[in-house]
Structures are given as C-alpha cells and as structure tokens.
Write a protein that binds this ligand. Structure first.
Ligand code: SAH
Length: 488
C-alpha cells in the first residue's frame, strides 16, 4: 500500500560562493585620487568623473595636448603635474593608480592602506581591493559585469548583448518609476498588489521599444493590477532541463508567494523560484511514500484563500497525467481564479534528446501517450492494444515499470512485432540521462535489470530507427545479446 506523506517546506539552496561582491557606490561630490598619465589612468578619471565625484588626477609629468583634449570639458577633474604624495590620499573615497613599476604600486597601496582607502592598481588585479568590470550604462539603470579577470572579453560580449536587449527608452521608464514610487507607497494597495503593479510595470518597460512612457500610463497600469485575491497557476516545469521552461513558467515562478512542487521537478528549476517564496514539497510517487491528492488540494486552496499567488508546479506538462482536472475543479468550486501554463511533456523532451521526430512520413502517422499506472496503480482498463500494435504509431508509456509485463504481453498478443524498436529513457533531459535501446520483446527483462530510483519512460515505435543510437544498439545486441546503456 502507498505510504502517506504530508506537505513539507523545502529551503532555498545556499548562495553559491561569490568571487566578488557587486556594490553600487554613490560617489557624487566625493573626492577621488587617480595617479598616472597614460590612457588607462585618463579613462578611469573620466569614468569616475561621470559619477559626480571630484577627481584629483596626479600625472607626474607636464600636461600635454592629449590631457588637455580629454579633460578640457570635464570640470570635475583637476589635473596636477606633480607626482602623487601620500597625504593626497587623505579623505579620498577611492584611489586608482596606473603604476610604472611594482615598487610604485606597492608605495601607492601602502599609502592607501594608511588612509583606509580602497585601492585599484590598473591592470594588476592581484593588487586590487576593487575592480571595474564591464558596464552597461543606461542610468539610472547600471549593470556591472565581472568575470573576476577570467575573461574580460566575455564581459564585453555580454555587455553588447545586454545593450541590444534593453529597450531604447529604458532610462525614461525608470525615471518615471522613481517618480511614481512615493505615490504607490502611499496608495491603499495591499503589499501583494504593489508587487504586482511593479511587475506589470517592469514587463511593459522591458517590452517597450514602441511605447513612449508617460504619466497616463500610471492609471492604465493601476487598472491592470489584479485585485488582492489569491490565485492558482498550474505550471508545467518540463522534464528537467531548465532550458525547456516557458517564459510564462519563469514569470509565474518569479512572482509566486507559495510554490507547491512535485518530486519530479528538478532542483535546477526550483532555483528559479523567487527567493522570498515558500516552497512546499507535495511529492507523489507511484509505489513510494506520497502526499494524498486531497491534502495537496487543501494546501493549494488554503494558501490561495489567504490571498497568495500559488504556483502548483508539476513535472513535464500539467495536463498530461498530472491529475489537473481535480485541481482545476477544486479551484472552480471555491471561485479561485486559475491559470494554466503548459509545459513540455517528457515525450517531447525525450524525442528531442534522441534527435528523432515523433511522427515521420515513413514510420509513423500518430503519437500516443499512455499511462502504465491507472487508478490503484494497475494497468488502466480499456487500453486499445490494437492501437499499440499499430506499426505506424509512436507510443510513449509514462509510469511504465509496475505493469510492464502485462503491457508487453498484451501488445504481443495483439500482434506487435517482437522486433519493434523500444527504448527506456531514464532521467530524460537531466544530468545522467540514460537511454536503453532495444526491442519490445526485451523490455520486461531490461526493467528487471535496472534499479528504480529515477523517472523513466518507455518509447515504442519504428521512429527509433531514425536514431544512430538504435543501429549501434542493435549491432551490439546481436554480438552480446545484451541491451546496452548509452549515456548522453
Ligand atoms: N506531467 C508529466 C508526467 C507526469 S507522470 C509530463 O508531462 O511529462 C510521471 C511520469 O512521467 C514518470 O513516472 C515518468 O514516466 C515520466 N517522467 C517525468 N519526468 C521524466 C524524466 N525526466 N525522464 C523520464 N521520465 C519522466
């Protein structure tokens, strides 16, 4: 009998080690010392001056034409012809030096330390308290990119891509947001509605190459802000690889208050959940300890009634063997708004990972998804085995293990050829995916050989002949009489 589990909170993963902490430094009207006379020092002085800081640039040589050309119009950079002195570092917010020699660098660092000033020695990361990285500047939006010196070129490439991605008018949108913040703060919107308002704003701002932002937009965004009632989204997480999440799924995860997750959802996907959200495990596994469907529905409804954005996150697609009907009906009965965000079902992930089409002009004109586990875990009554024996069909059997012997026996009785290609795919689209490719007659034996601890799906049909792995497997099978396991 299935053992009972109860819904259980899971904690977010610990933050990964950080090579550097990005901080955003207000420097307006602060004093900064820069030492050096070459391009590096000049560029840093110009960059730092853009923050509104007052820069003392100690050249150590007479001012030349190039210095004049660059700094002519930058009033907050004062050029000094003399070399820096350690007293110059007093009251400096930051200190930057393009050193001529190691001794010079060390003297500068020592002076900086004595004055408790953070220091950057240009092009010598081993001497730096802070580094600059690549910058995307759409102030007030500022994005800093660091690869900790591993590949500045990658930082620059990434900057280029972000520049392309960001709408032209993003700064205008942000200036409006800053002006609207006090209004929203003072409004009588509930905290969840305020969050929803800003998320709607953010989506519009990021899509907005066409729209010119203006104050009228404020009212229109307010109109679009949902009321304070809770809601449920049934979200398909795909078979495991986070690349297979839809944009809709990602958005739902990032605006959720509570996420109820199945065991089949991979940790890589749970990592996308908004950090402030409660994540509750409501796993249900055939023939393993499980949460009852009733307790899952109760947890879902209770949180929605408490005004939360509830995400019910399921492996694969929500509408394929996910008991979605019960959850939809329960929400409808309680008048709770429900949204369905479909996902990529395991069969699609499997076909893509094997590099084969599910339908094929030569081999298959139909695809069928069957469950091996009906009510009470037995083979569902009424499976049409003539359809499974159809030579021109591609069949995926979800939850195949516990009824596999009867399934294959009935398919053979209905006339499926013993040589029909079949494969067990374990952990599809995840790390450690395993493909066991063989023929239908061998399948019960293969299941008996492999231990059951990860999700597995069965695919049957001639479309497998389009995969190179199938031909390798058959050649190997003839030689050794053993079905091979192919790591992908
Ligand atoms: N809604 C899911 C199916 C849920 S039923 C979907 O659309 O894919 C659960 C079954 O799905 C598992 O027993 C297994 O047969 C299959 N499954 C889910 N994820 C899988 C994966 N990553 N690899 C192999 N099979 C998987």
């Amino acid at each position: 009998m299935t053992q009972i589990r109860i819904p259980k909170p899971i904690s977010h993963q610990k933050m990964q080690d950080l090579a550097n902490l990005p901080l955003f430094h207000k420097l307006n009207n602060r004093r900064i010392i820069v030492a050096g006379h070459e391009v590096g020092a000049m560029w840093k002085a110009e960059l730092l001056a853009a923050t509104g800081a007052h820069i003392d640039l100690f050249l150590g040589i007479p001012i030349n034409q190039e210095h004049k050309r660059v700094f002519d119009k930058i009033e907050n950079v004062i050029l000094h012809e003399r070399r820096w002195h350690k007293d110059d570092l007093k009251n400096s917010a930051l200190a930057v030096c393009q050193s001529i020699s190691n001794e010079d660098a060390i003297a500068f660092i020592t002076a900086a330390r004595e004055n408790s000033v953070l220091v950057n020695i240009i092009d010598k990361p081993e001497y730096c308290d802070f580094t600059f990285g690549a910058i995307v500047n759409r102030s007030p939006l500022v994005i800093g990119i660091s690869t900790d010196g591993a590949s500045p070129a990658l930082g620059q490439e990434l900057r280029g891509r972000l520049e392309i991605m960001l709408p032209q008018k993003i700064a205008k949108w942000l200036n409006l947001a800053a002006a609207w913040r006090p209004k929203i703060k003072k409004s009588d919107l509930e905290p969840k509605q305020k969050r929803d308002f800003w998320h709607i704003f953010a989506r519009k701002a990021l899509e907005a190459n066409i729209q010119e932002p203006n104050d009228e937009l404020f009212e229109s965004l307010l109109m679009q802000t949902p009321s304070n009632e809770g809601n449920v989204s049934l979200v398909g997480a795909g078979p495991g690889d986070p690349e297979l999440l839809t944009i809709g799924a990602l958005r739902a995860l990032q605006s959720a208050d509570v996420v109820l997750v199945d065991d089949l959802v991979s940790q890589d996907i749970i990592d996308f959940v908004r950090r402030e959200a409660d994540i509750i495990s409501v796993g249900k596994r055939g023939h393993k300890p499980s949460n009852s469907q009733d307790s899952i529905i109760k947890t879902m409804i209770d949180h929605a009634k408490a005004g939360k954005n509830v995400v019910r996150l399921k492996g694969g697609d929500v509408l394929v063997f996910g008991r979605a009907t019960e959850e939809i009906k329960a929400c409808e009965a309680q008048g709770i708004p429900i949204k369905i965000i479909p996902g990529i079902t395991t069969a699609q992930g499997v076909a893509a990972s094997l590099g084969i089409s599910m339908t094929d002009r030569e081999y298959s004109y139909k695809v069928q998804y069957i469950t091996g586990s009906g009510k009470n875990g037995s083979l569902p009554q009424g499976i049409n085995f003539d359809a499974i024996a159809d030579k021109h069909a591609t069949t995926f059997v979800y939850m195949p293990r516990h009824t596999i012997n009867v399934f294959v026996e009935k398919a053979l009785q209905s006339g499926i050829s013993r040589e029909t290609p079949a494969a067990i795919i374990i952990n599809a689209t995840r790390q450690g995916q395993k493909n066991i490719i063989t023929t239908i007659a061998q399948i019960p034996h293969c299941f008996a050989e492999i231990e059951y601890d990860r999700p597995e799906i069965l695919i049957i049909g001639d479309v497998l002949k389009n995969s190179n792995a199938y031909h390798e497997a058959m050649a190997n099978f003839k030689e050794t009489q053993k079905a091979p396991e192919l790591e992908t």
